[in-house]
Design a protein. Structure first.
Length: 402
């Protein structure tokens, strides 16, 4: 592909593809743990920095052509320096924190984040001497108050998992940079097709590849895309030494999934919008959180900051937890399973599943009520997803539908 800057939909298809020995249109899977050196001298030169300059490969944990093809595609999509593919989204988040934090540092983190991120910061990083303040980052005054001299990272998930709270990234970048902190953003819910945090001032963006980017619920992976070469140079050795790199076959699958990302995201957004509107009007539903609804607190900001609301929504039924449980067991097409962003519609209960590891008071503070149900809307026929929810809601006891 030419060096011209292409539209994101085109990048999804062509970025990172490059050329190869046999002129294959799809980058081959280099399923190898190690690579031959021409000579001792060449091996030494690759170890001395030649591998990072693209002069050859050493060992798959340190770099692999199939993995690098995906890293390049994701860096182009996010507009960053270079990508670093990881074994999971959590590996991407852990590597980022490990690369930039030291004992005595302070982190400010959105309180509505993927549950294990709170455990990582309150557990492992607290043990290493890093203190974290969790804050409703959608409230800029609260975010400003939480950031202080000594804050090294402001970590934002927007929309947040699972409350869908929307944070102003440009404003957050200004607040973080004013004290010399980095802004790191988990862009998993949006993908670079809907939101590009680096263009809004973030320093590092990361994803769980497991979700929309791969899209087919058959790979666990992650990626980090820093804006600058300097940050890449801090992240690369941290990832290589900690060892949480992505395997070549998984990289191939994610790169394949990426090709249809634009089509899938358009369908996810359109169907989630219809479903959110349906749920909002349903008598059994107490409230719905979805940035595409004009009634959502994040609607106006989401319209400014993103090019679509995404495919995930959360809602609470009037009958609370009991009704939510009945709904999750009553659906027939939607699958009762954690994760999100795949082609199939998934339904789950954060308080007892993805966010069960969070302290109950932190969950409550973050708005993750015991009755909150999270729905990841798939690409099935939307009328059939709606009919499935309708029949499951109709089965709730009359009192819970009133
Ligand atoms: C927003 C977000 N970030 C990170 C992760 C962690 O990703 P992984 O499960 O690939 O480690 C998840 C998982 O659900 C997530 O939803």
């Amino acid at each position: 592909m030419s060096t011209k800057r292409h539209a994101p939909d085109t990048l999804c298809v062509h970025a990172g593809v490059g050329d190869n020995e046999h002129r294959a249109v799809v980058p081959p899977i280099y399923q190898t743990s190690t690579f031959k050196f021409d000579s001792v001298e060449q091996g030494a030169s690759l170890f001395a920095g030649g591998a990072d300059r693209g002069e050859g490969h050493i060992y798959t944990r340190l770099g692999n052509p199939t993995v690098q093809a995906l890293e390049q595609a994701l860096a182009e999509l996010e507009g960053g320096y270079r990508g670093l593919a990881c074994a999971s989204g959590m590996a991407a988040i852990h590597t980022t924190f490990a690369a930039f934090l030291k004992a005595g540092d302070h982190v400010v983190c959105s309180e509505s984040v993927y549950g294990p991120v709170t455990s990582l910061l309150n557990g492992l990083f607290a043990r290493l001497g890093v203190q974290t303040t969790f804050v409703d980052s959608s409230d800029l005054a609260a975010l400003r108050a939480a950031i202080r001299p000594g804050t090294a990272i402001v970590h934002i998930e927007t929309p947040g998992n699972p409350t869908l709270a929307v944070t102003d990234l440009a404003a957050a970048a200004g607040l973080a940079h004013a004290v010399g902190a980095r802004l790191t953003v988990d862009n998993t819910f949006m993908t670079p097709l809907l939101q590009r945090p680096l263009e809004l001032g973030a320093d590092v963006v990361m994803h769980s590849l497991t979700k929309f980017l791969n899209g087919h619920a058959d790979v666990v992976g992650g990626v980090i895309v820093p804006k600058t070469e300097a940050d890449w140079k801090l992240l690369r050795p941290t990832l290589n030494l900690a060892g949480g790199t992505l395997a070549p076959h998984d990289a191939f699958l994610v790169h394949r999934g990426l090709k249809t990302l634009a089509l899938r995201m358009a369908r996810h957004c359109a169907s989630a919008q219809r479903i959110a509107e349906f749920l909002e009007k349903h008598p059994a539903v107490e409230w719905v959180r979805f940035p595409g609804l004009p009634s959502d607190p994040g609607y106006a900001l989401s319209c400014r900051q993103t090019s679509g609301p995404g495919g995930v929504l959360s809602f609470e039924l009037k009958g609370g937890l009991e009704a939510g449980r009945a709904l999750m067991e009553g659906v027939e097409l939607a699958v009762l399973a954690v994760s999100l962003g795949g082609v199939e519609t998934l339904i789950q209960h954060p308080a007892s599943m993805t966010h069960a590891g969070m302290k109950p008071e932190l969950r409550r503070q973050a708005g993750i009520t015991d009755g909150l149900v999270r729905l990841s809307v798939g690409i099935e026929d939307c009328a059939e997803i709606l009919a499935d929810l309708e029949q499951a809601l109709a089965k709730l006891p009359a009192v819970q539908r009133a």
